[in-house]
Design a protein. Structure first.
Lengths: 345, 345
């Protein structure tokens, strides 16, 4: 049997499958002793967890791109941690790592999982821990490969991105600008819109809460929309479909407006615009590009170092706030990449 | 002024824009004298007109891939005719041509239109006049380029096509079989299903009128659907979306189930299956491939000659039947490519 440490591990587990938004009643809080790692394994102390819209999908029963979180299991989450005990020569105590840590204070990672999961060391000189969950992490990779591989932007094209101030959106917009595109964001509220225009250099941003997205698209995309990076689905997707150009590409990355639905998902009624415009709508799942993350991270790190890319994270402290903090994603309250800080080093 | 011939031309004009299905009240019938062609022009006697689902879209106001038919104008249609008078060295009296003839007995085609419209001579030794409106015509070209260029089938993949017994569907299914795919049709009624399986060699066909399309897909596409060629939209598109494979391609060619809607088009509620499956939905408009028609026609003519491709046309005689004959497309009554025969040579 493994040796038990003196540490105790607070965990957040999925207690029941939510109907609509997940409430505190869908979660249970447990405390367990922490064991020393086995041969080849490591013990990681969780510092920051990435909170992402996709997590809502993992709570549902049924087949998706990864299996659902089982009832009673610690909620799945990726994050940044510090190695505090290691039986693996690739990781030393004190190393900072990006790994599937789940919503808990300590994560014991067996050798098999290290081999399988793409756990990797991060260099805090390249980016801060929270940047490693944002532009240098899964959202950044999603934005990068979604835009570049699926969208294939050409200089001079018009790129529209929804959830523009979110983790994926800020990456997409900034890369598109760096590639010479006209970039128009869609976000909720004046503060987010101002930020993506003034700080990130988007050409314009449409405040969907203030009103007419269609009029905004007409004004800010006078030549139409060549690429639409969709994080939200619903009415906004339908509206953008009326403004696409011949040969447009729509990247389906998410549909946050639909994830808490208790009614059926609203399909894009204007999908026949794909026919009229010989346009394409295509899904992206970031894991497919895992072998190319290093190349994308290097490119993004170069932009960060040169000051040509910025990032914003919305950091909330405290494991116990997880249920409420997660909801910020779905009511649009987060401003920047949402991160749960679990410990201060 | 042009010389007037002794002929008189019966025409069908769009009298008003239909709401829902076009009824006889939406059409007007006119009779006009026929002029001799001007310099470089030809006069063509209409023999056969192609009746296509897309015609319903042309009757609506508003931007689409081609302008709408104006109120009072002769209804737009492509067809096969015989040149009866020519001032153009490229066309001799007696030549059979494929051209935009419109719903009328005679069509005077000025030189400018000949240059612009891709009017071309057909060889009745290669295929019959009605085959030139079917597998050798626009439906055949649509099926060919939609499947081959947008769908990019690989041998061993499973291809599903709706409207399987229709003009586009029969072409798509037969080409997919010739390319080594498993082919499953979706059609309305046992007779059509039997025909595509027994005569055209599809592996299976699901009768959507008889019941459960989802169960049919499970049974006949055990490895899922790699390519779906969609002619119908609506519930069938949504059902197929639940059965697609990773990297699937959905070709949006039409949505005949939605064309007569007086309520909004039903968008595909299951479109997030594109995300989960990293799949793609893309529109096709055949005109984009005009410079490659000769190559595709040559390939199809080869199949016809070798007996490895069959075609079926549903020919109705009489210009005056146009309003009712067109409706056969929308209630699923046509069996094979719907053709209106206007004259017997």
């Amino acid at each position: 049997m493994s040796t038990i440490t003196s540490l105790s591990n607070h965990q957040v587990r999925l207690a029941s499958r939510p109907v609509g938004p997940a409430t505190r009643a869908n979660w249970s809080f447990t405390t367990e002793p922490v064991a020393e790692p086995g041969p080849g394994g490591v013990l990681v102390k969780t510092l920051y967890l990435s909170l992402d819209p996709a997590m809502r999908g993992w709570m549902n029963e049924g087949k998706s791109y990864i299996p659902p979180v089982e009832i009673g299991a610690v909620m799945r989450a990726g994050g940044i941690g510090r190695v505090i005990s290691s039986n693996n020569p690739a990781f030393a105590v004190g190393d900072h790592v990006n790994a599937g840590l789940d919503v808990q204070e300590y994560c014991l990672i067996p050798e098999a999982q290290i081999k399988r999961s793409g756990m990797f060391k991060i260099d805090l000189r390249v980016g801060s821990a929270t940047q490693w969950l944002n532009v240098l992490g899964m959202p950044g990779m999603t934005g990068y490969f979604g835009l570049m591989d699926v969208g294939q932007p050409k200089a001079g094209e018009t790129v529209v991105v929804s959830g523009a101030a979110g983790a994926v959106g800020q990456t997409v917009g900034q890369i598109a600008k760096l590639k010479g595109c006209r970039v128009v964001g869609i976000a909720g509220g004046q503060a987010k819109c101002d930020w993506v225009v003034k700080e990130l250099g988007f050409d314009a941003c449409i405040d969907y809460k203030a009103g007419d997205v269609k009029a905004g698209l007409k004004e800010h995309c006078p030549k139409g929309v060549d690429i639409y990076f969709d994080n939200v689905g619903g009415e906004i997707l339908d509206t953008v479909l009326t403004r696409i150009t011949r040969g447009a590409r729509i990247i389906i990355c998410g549909a946050i407006s639909q994830y808490n639905n208790t009614t059926p998902v609203k399909g894009p009624a204007n999908y026949l615009s794909l026919l009229v415009n010989r346009a394409r709508m295509e899904g992206i799942v970031v894991f497919d590009y895992a072998d190319r993350y290093p190349q994308a991270i290097a490119e993004m790190a170069g932009y960060l170092k040169a000051g040509s890319m910025k990032s914003k994270e919305d950091v909330v402290f405290g494991l116990e706030t997880f249920p409420e903090t997660l909801l910020k994603l779905f009511n649009g309250e987060n401003f920047g990449k949402l991160v749960l800080q679990v410990a201060k080093e």
